[in-house]
Write a protein that binds this ligand. Sequence first.
Ligand code: ADP
Length: 509
Amino acid sequence: MKEKLIRFFGSLHIHFFLIIFLAAMIPASLITTGFVRLYENRQIQTDYSQITSQAKLITNQIATTGYLNDPSAVDFLNAELTAMANAYGGRMMVINNSLQVVKDTYSAEEGKSVVWSNVVKASRGTTSYYVDQESNYIIVTIPIPNMTYSDSDKTSDSNSLLSSNDSDSDSSLRTKEEGPYLGVLLIMKSTDDISQNITFLQDVMWEVLLVVFIFAVVTAAFFSDRMTRPLRKIRDLIPHIQDHAEETLPTKGYTEVRDIAEHFNTFKEKMQDIDDSRAEFVSNVSHELKTPLASMKVLADSINSMGGEAPLEMYQEFMGDITSEIDRETSIINDLLSLVKLDKSGVSLNIQSLNMNELLENLLKRLRPLAEKQGVELVLESFRPIVCDVDEVKFTLAIMNLVENGIKYNHEGGWVHVTLNSDHEYCFIKVKDSGMGIPEDSLDRIFERFYRVDKSHSREIGGTGLGLAITWNSIMLHHGEIKVASILDQGTTFDVRIPLKYIQEGDEK
Ligand code: ADP
């Protein structure tokens, strides 16, 4: 179950679905709720500016009629305040400088003190508003200006608010000693109309969101399916293609999918090649091992068929032939073992800093008897003393095969020249012979296992077809390079280059 959930939520399909869905839903929700908010703010601002402009006339009338001293004496203002309160579906309060309610259209608060920050602020000249969300009112507090007060009086009046006292004064008009503001007009206007509009807009908003939701689900389902379809197709095709060698993934559709398909096809081709070459190798090995066995069987059978009548010389000759077939079988097996050792992935080299001049001298010393037997001159030319990082056994094997081939595929009176040189980075070994040469069309293939230019001739002179494959692998393990150049009937040159310092893979940085 857990596995299923992980697979479900880990799927690209679901991710695409969610991304497309959220990409539609999030902006839609933000825009619609933002729009309702904006409308609400805008309406409240409109109300606020309407209230303040209408209140201006009333505050002036309050200031000029001495309403604050005796509200009951100014009937027309009382009527005006009541009419306005009714029009606003709310309430009006006139508050004097001591923060005492002089007039309340609800009558409830008259004579009481109002210590509310907005009222205090208004008594000092700041008009402000507050929206009471619970009771649905916008409450505007407006200062009542002292009409007889001028700016020049400000300095002397900084304390006048504190010292003035409504109850002490009995003049009908406020005097300039009373400071710039005489009191506060508090207006409560119902915001029911705005709330109704908002409820309506919210309903519309939910309807819009529902439509966007349905649209988002459909679009997300459609596109997530469409976008992941090529990947799912590849996923389903891969197991099928694994079993069908000739089939490949279709390279069409999105660029990324096409790239994956192309890489997969190349990879599959490589695997196929490796598989083919393995099969070919196994069949070559069996064939090569079978040939000496078959010869031995023929030799043994022919002696047996004579029923003990065979002459002694024949026995000796056939036994000699059988021994050389056994030698051949042994050398094939030895070569195969060397190759397998070099071929194993992760094969470790026993790297040492060795004197290459000595290494080559010893190597040639071992081959000199063979060279003398073949009547081939063997020469070593060293340009300088060279110390190089190599695995002695594996590297000697590589160069030995080259020199041995130079001797084997040569003619009497021929020569093999081995040259040793270096620069600051590489060691160069050249093995040049005056032998029979290699045809141009075979040059690309001589490093293949069991490849021989002339099978019968090579076998005659004891070749297994594995020598150059061993050399190639060994040089590659030393991070080197090998090149061959040859002219038929004139000779062959192998150029080997390996780095003086061996750098372990992974240490390169
Ligand atoms: P083999 O054991 O048959 O010598 P190799 O892998 O060493 O196998 O060589 C592959 C083939 O390349 C040989 O069979 C031979 O035909 C050819 N060859 C290799 N080296 C030389 C050379 N120096 N001169 C001419 N032919 C060569």
